[in-house]
Design a protein around this ligand. Structure first.
Ligand code: GLU
Length: 288
């Protein structure tokens, strides 16, 4: 059976993967298989300060041990590579240029710290997942249009006013996020020369013809931001399936810094991948 379904798993190699990652990736793989489609492995190794080759290699080894497989990726090749984001900078640069020329983004001298501080001001929206960039700091339209490169500035996407981003998540149903209330002007390029996650992921999901993005539900607001980027770049967004997050017995979300639960350590402690996939923890929060 031939299918146009293309899914992906896209770890960021800043640490060893834990069981929460594995579950999201497992769901992504199952969905690709059920659809008779393809699964792509993409190494999101853009940040030279935080990403390490050891973790890129570790992700491939650990996921293979866990039982995941993919049809395209840095270790197996494929027609839409390279599959490491650090080797795709020219593609991101083209997107930066397109967004800059059409006035969607602007250079910004404020640091994340400045934004966080401003958001502690009395009127800031406490429910926002990330500090909202103050509208009063926005430069006039057209600012930065003459820049030849993104060098030495942060670049932000100018979020439209009075707009709600709506999408139908395959698992969660209708989702809606208000621009400038749930999220504000967000980073697309960092001062240190690295494209931000939101831009890189949209450019690559489109370039790799991904039809469905499976990711954790902690990224729902990112999905709303990314829909704006798809529009601005004239690209068709994929479908979205947000997975529940895996929590430990105390209800805490698993995080990379919770070292005791990396796949590597579980394996070294003698666990079998299959047992992990049938454990009670594994099923926590899953609907079926
Ligand atoms: N590299 C991102 C992460 O590990 C991918 C998120 C996504 O699936 O878009 O969080």
């Amino acid at each position: 059976m031939s299918s146009t379904y293309r899914g992906r798993i896209a770890p960021t190699p800043t640490g060893y993967l834990h069981l929460g990652h594995a579950r999201t990736f497992w769901i992504a793989m199952e969905r690709a298989k059920e659809a008779g489609g393809q699964l792509i492995f993409r190494d999101e190794d853009l940040d030279p300060q935080r990403c390490k080759q050891e973790f890129s290699q570790g992700a491939i080894e650990d996921l293979r041990w866990f039982g995941c497989d993919w049809q395209e990726g840095p270790d197996v090749g494929g027609s839409v590579g390279p599959y490491r984001q650090s080797e795709r900078l020219t593609t991101f640069m083209t997107a930066w240029e397109q967004l800059k020329d059409s006035g969607y983004i602007y250079p910004c001298e404020k640091s994340r710290k400045d934004v966080a501080r401003a958001a502690q001001a009395p009127h800031a929206d406490e429910e926002a997942s990330e500090p909202i960039y103050p509208e009063s700091w926005r430069p006039p339209f057209g600012h930065g249009k003459d820049a030849q490169s993104p060098k030495d500035s942060n670049w932000r996407f100018r979020v439209p006013e009075d707009r709600t981003i709506e999408f139908d998540d395959i698992r969660l149903g209708p989702c809606a996020f208000d621009c400038l209330r749930d999220f504000g002007d967000f980073l697309v390029w960092r001062r240190d020369g690295v494209p931000a996650y939101e831009l890189a992921v949209v450019v690559d999901d489109a370039a790799m013809q991904i039809s469905e993005v499976v990711r954790g539900e902690d990224l729902l607001i990112s999905t709303a931001r990314q829909i704006l980027l798809y529009e601005a770049l004239g690209l068709q967004p994929p479908q979205f399936y947000h997975t529940p997050l895996l929590c430990d017995t105390s209800g805490q979300r698993l995080a990379k810094r919770n070292r005791s639960l990396t796949l590597r350590e579980l394996r070294e402690a003698g666990h079998q991948a299959e047992d992990l996939r049938t454990s009670e923890d594994w099923w926590s929060g899953l609907d079926d």
